[in-house]
Design a protein around this ligand. Structure first.
Ligand SMILES: [Zn+2]
Length: 198
């Protein structure tokens, strides 16, 4: 469950408040807010938080995903890979850049492939931890597609690790959510691993 606690502020009010508070943070850090280059930074940060990098915090921004009947009775793997996105580590508010691979075998419902990317994207632009992100995508796909036959792998590079202490720009974190019978099915698992080359 994503930890949200809603308030009644409009977007414009949120931008104004964030901008005021960010001004204070900058002053505390001794930055000169009269400087031409810094003057508008608080406003920019406010707009960026509300309209861009955390825009999926608003529930009403959730995309409508329509499904259609699997009338051609396709029951092999469908894989959408290399979906590249970013989120923000909720512990440090620094970005993590990630790539998702989604696998599923349709039941009686299918979606346009581009919609898979939209579902994945919807969980990206907000403060996140990679483990919850993986679970959220899995649960949403399970609801939309009406099947348990889903697998997700997320590979991420966390800038809070790189910048703060590891200093290894190649460090990657991998999380996955696997359909339970998939774990016992060597043939399907090998086929999948070959296709995505992970
Ligand atoms: Zn972090």
């Amino acid at each position: 469950m994503y930890p949200l606690k809603a308030n009644d502020y409009s977007d414009e009010e949120k931008i104004g408040l964030i901008s005021d508070h960010f001004k204070e943070i900058m002053s505390i850090l001794w930055l000169d807010l009269e400087n031409d280059s810094l003057k508008k930074t608080p406003d920019r940060v406010g707009k960026m938080f509300v309209k861009e990098i955390f825009k999926w915090l608003k529930k009403e921004n959730k995309p409508e995903i329509s499904t259609f009947d699997n009338s051609f009775k396709y029951n092999e793997m469908i894989i959408v890979k290399d979906i590249k996105l970013f989120s923000f580590c909720e512990h440090h508010f620094l970005p993590f850049v990630w790539t998702a691979c989604v696998w599923y075998i349709p039941n009686w419902k299918v979606v346009w492939l581009s919609k898979i990317s939209r579902i994945v994207d919807h969980f990206s632009r907000k403060p996140q931890i990679q483990e919850r992100l993986t679970e959220e995508i899995y649960n949403e796909l399970r609801n939309v597609l009406n099947t348990e036959n889903i697998m997700i792998i997320i590979k991420a590079v966390h800038y809070c690790m790189i910048i703060r202490w590891v200093e290894d720009i190649n460090a990657q974190t991998i999380t996955s959510r696997v359909w339970w019978t998939f774990q016992e099915n060597d043939k399907t698992r090998n086929e999948f691993m070959n296709l995505i080359k992970i």
